[in-house]
Design a protein around this ligand. Sequence first.
Ligand code: MLT
Ligand code: ZN
Length: 476
Amino acid sequence: MMQGGAQSPLQQLTALLGPDGILTDASALEAVNVDQLRAYHGRALCVALPRNTEDVSRVLRLCNALRIPVVPQGGNTGYCGAATPDASGTQVVLSLRRLNAIRSIDPANYSMVVEAGCILADVQRAAAAAERFFPLSLGAEGSCQIGGNLSTNAGGVNVLRYGMMRELTLGLEVVLADGRVLSSLTALRKDNTGYDLRQLFIGAEGTLGVITAASLKLFPAPRASATAFVAVPGPDQAVQLLSHLREASGDQVSSFELIPAVALELVARHISGARSPLAPQSPWFVLCELTSPRADEPLNERLEESLATAFERGLVSDAVLAQNERERRDFWHLRENIPHSQRLEGMSLKHDVSIPIDRLPRFVQRASAWLETHVAEGFLVCYGHVGDGNLHFNLNERRGMPAGALAARRADIRRAIHDLVRDEGGSFSAEHGIGQSKIAELQHYADPVELSVMHTLKRMLDPNGILNPGKVLNVA
Ligand code: MLT
Ligand code: ZN
């Protein structure tokens, strides 16, 4: 019992949300205390489960008054520890999962309003049921939540054609640190009424406010697609092939993924039944897809012709087109299982980088050469959304190495790779965010003026530092 009969923070939170709105049992805490890569292990005070925006507002008002840190958490599928509480036992994990309503769909305006706790796949399905398309697509779509997608400015495999979460968002509803609700769920494409505040909260990883709902852009549903698995001599030819396909198809390329032979070997080793549709001799492959909202569009023919021209130019050495939906899914199955296979193979280091696309082949060549001479402990598995200049320049521990050998090199390998990324005009965080894992990188590589403006914004919007402290910026 607190002195003088005063209620503890837990009792006050329970009074706000009701007994089913605050969880303190071991299994509930276990689920939120660890990130999906099991790299961060925290200890939350409790899990708060608001039912609506008003509940979120009341929780934040209380936590702000009591100076209790709040860690917003969506599907907990992030890679940078942004949604994991610290080990103090004082932080409240704010789960948005009960805010999971599709508030409205407006097919004529090509927009929909959804709450933060909606699972991405449910948002896609709701759009499809209205004969519209919500294009954000990524491996975790069956469990990640739209609030997390917004807070990390998620990317995925359709960015080339449709953009990242920033480009897909028309308006936001956000609860500020003091509990005020900034409600701007506009469905407008044109709105120049002052500063564009929504962009402050997208990609802020819950450090500036808690996103509770969003107005999202929709598109005509794709009704025709053509998918090819293509062998290419190297990243240089892959980049040229992309340019060629964009022109030849009338810009209908929606995905363009680079896959090295070693990634296919890992998938074949760890995922039963997964086999490359092409002979494994080629060092590199591309998985590309054209889509169109017109069912009668002859995309297969167009893709076949374009690949034939690319073959004559030496950009392609072999290619196979998916003949039906099952083959298409098999091709994507190979790509989507690369991260999972990397995990099954053993310890790995992730580098989520982006490079201006014309400099990407040189980066791959320079960074691979550096690894070859300096890193015996691991091997490179470099794949990703090459159409967006985004590579997952990951390493896996080599078999037979003493346990922990690659992990011990984490910091120096990361710095060397990120230095090369900077030299080529790129970014050390393309689509996975900063969280806890890349704070030092942001400190090191960000422009000092940019960093100082970020700190100013943080102080202004969260003067008591209760919103996801210890994430993105170096402030506790
Ligand atoms: C992917 O594109 O598969 C993920 O973003 C990459 C990763 O897990 O490193
Ligand atoms: Zn990715």
